[in-house]
Design a binder for this molecule. Structure first.
Ligand SMILES: Nc1nc2c(ncn2[C@@H]2O[C@H](COP(=O)(O)OP(=O)(O)OP(=O)(O)O)[C@@H](O)[C@H]2O)c(=O)[nH]1
Length: 368
C-alpha cells in the first residue's frame, strides 16, 4: 500500500493538530464522520479486519530519503520506459542515413513503447514531413524531429487543472479497481492544501470499507475534512459532502468512488447516479471528472478512457504508476484516440510524486 497511508514507527509520526485521543485511535469508524474539525457524536468501533487494514495503511509521510527535485523524480520514475524506448532508439538514431529501413525500425520501437497504431502512424508521417522540410539526412538528426512531433501530439493534453472558478470546486474521481484513486486523492488533497486551499474529501468508495477508513484516518492526521458513512450509497455520501462543503466554505471537494470495470454496467449506472446527485446538490458541478489510470495497463488505458468518457463525460485524466512500467508511451495513444487533458502524472508512492503533467519535461525525461 501507498507509503503515506502506511503506519510508521512512533518516532517518525508526523505532528498534526488532531487531538491525541483521535490520533491514537484511528480505527474508529463513525456513522458519519466529520473528521478533523468536529468530533463524531457516537463513534462505533470498526470491525477487526478494518482496524487491521487501517493500522497497516494509516498515515506517515515524512520521508527519510534525500529530497530529489521533481525533474529528478520524473526522470527516475520514467527509467523503465526510457530504458526500453531509449535503448531501441539509440540504435535507430545511431548513425547512417535516413531510409525506409530506418523508418521501419522506428515504427517498431514506437509500437513496443505502447504508443498504439494510430499515434505511431501519426508520428511517423509527421517525422517524415519534418525530415523532408528541413532536408535532414543524418539519422542522428531524427531524434530532435521525433521529440518535436511527440510534443505536437501530446502537448495539447497539458492543460493544468484550475480550481479557482468555483467554490466549492467539486472534483469527482473514477477508475477501475486498484488504479490508484484513493492514494491519488491523498496526494491531490496535499497538493491543493499547499496552494492554500481548504479541502474536503467524500469517502464515496462504499464497496471497500478499508478504502473509506483509509481516507478517514488520513484526513484526521492531515487536517483534511472527510465525510464518510458506514453504510449507504456513494451518491448519498457525495450529496452530504457537497452540502457540507458549501456550508463550511470549503475551496475544493474531492469525491472518491469505488473501483469498477466499464463492463460492469450496473456499477457504471451507479457512478452516473453519483454525478447526477452531485448536480442536485450543486447544479454547476461536478466541475471536474477525473479518470485515474494505471500506466501498467498500457493500451487498455485507452479503452478505459473511452468507456468512462462515454459514460460520464470526463474532463481530466490522472496517469499513475509511470514508475513501475515501460509503457509510458500510452500518453501518445490517449492523445491520438481520445485527447482528454492529462492533469496529473504519478511517478512514485511518495506524497509529492503526483504532479501536473508537463509535455516537454516528460519528453525530455523520456529521451535524455
Ligand atoms: N509505484 C506507484 N504506486 C502507486 C502509484 N499510485 C498509486 N500506487 C499504488 O497503487 C496501489 C493501489 O492504490 P489505491 O489508491 O488503493 O487504488 P484504488 O484505485 O483506490 O483502489 P480500489 O479502491 O480498490 O479501486 C497502492 O498500493 C498504491 O500505493 C504511483 O504513482 N506509483
Amino acid at each position: 500500500m501507498f507509503s503515506f497511508f502506511r503506519k510508521k514507527p512512533a518516532e517518525t509520526q508526523p505532528q498534526t493538530d488532531v487531538p491525541a485521543s483521535q490520533a491514537e485511535a484511528p480505527a474508529l469508524a463513525t456513522d458519519r464522520v466529520l473528521a478533523a474539525d468536529s468530533a463524531p457524536a457516537e463513534p462505533v468501533v470498526a470491525p477487526a479486519e478494518v482496524t487491521a487494514a487501517v493500522a497497516e495503511r494509516a498515515v506517515a509521510q515524512p520521508q527519510d530519503k534525500p529530497k530529489l527535485s521533481w525533474a529528478e523524480r520524473l526522470k527516475a520514475g520514467l527509467a523503465k520506459t526510457r530504458d526500453k524506448l531509449g535503448k531501441s532508439l539509440a540504435s535507430v538514431f545511431g548513425g547512417g542515413k535516413i531510409d525506409e529501413d530506418l523508418y521501419e525500425e522506428l515504427e517498431t520501437v514506437l509500437l513496443t513503447a505502447d504508443m498504439g497504431v494510430e499515434a505511431t502512424t501519426f508520428l511517423l508521417d509527421d517525422v517524415r514531413e519534418r525530415v523532408s522540410l528541413k532536408g535532414l539526412k543524418d539519422a542522428q538528426e531524427l531524434k530532435g524531429a521525433l521529440k518535436d512531433s511527440l510534443n505536437d501530439l501530446i502537448g495539447p493534453l497539458e492543460i493544468p487543472l484550475d480550481v479557482s472558478g468555483h467554490k466549492p470546486f467539486i472534483l469527482m474521481v473514477a477508475g477501475v479497481n486498484g488504479a490508484g484513486k484513493t492514494t491519488s486523492i491523498g496526494k491531490l488533497a496535499k497538493y491543493f492544501q499547499s496552494q492554500g486551499k481548504s479541502v474536503l474529501l467524500a469517502a464515496g468508495d462504499t464497496f471497500r470499507a478499508a478504502a473509506r477508513e483509509q481516507l478517514v484516518v488520513w484526513g484526521e492526521r492531515n487536517g483534511v475534512q472527510v465525510i464518510a458513512q458506514e453504510s449507504g450509497d456513494a451518491a448519498a455520501v457525495a450529496f452530504d459532502a457537497v452540502n457540507a462543503a458549501k456550508a463550511r466554505g470549503v475551496d475544493v471537494i474531492i469525491v472518491d468512488t469505488a473501483g469498477r470495470l466499464p463492463t460492469q454496467l450496473h456499477l457504471m449506472d451507479e457512478i452516473k447516479k453519483v454525478k447526477r446527485v452531485v448536480q442536485k446538490a450543486e447544479p454547476s458541478g461536478p466541475h471536474e471528472i477525473l479518470l485515474v489510470l494505471d500506466a501498467n495497463t498500457g493500451q487498455n488505458a485507452v479503452s478505459q478512457v473511452k468507456a468512462f468518457d462515454d459514460a460520464l463525460g470526463l474532463t481530466g485524466l490522472v496517469l499513475t504508476k509511470l514508475d513501475g512500467t515501460a509503457k509510458g508511451g500510452v500518453i501518445a495513444a490517449i492523445a491520438k484516440q481520445r485527447p482528454i487533458p492529462l492533469r496529473f502524472i504519478g511517478v512514485g508512492e511518495g506524497i509529492d510524486d503526483l504532479r501536473p503533467f508537463g509535455a516537454r519535461e516528460y519528453i525530455d525525461a523520456l529521451f535524455d
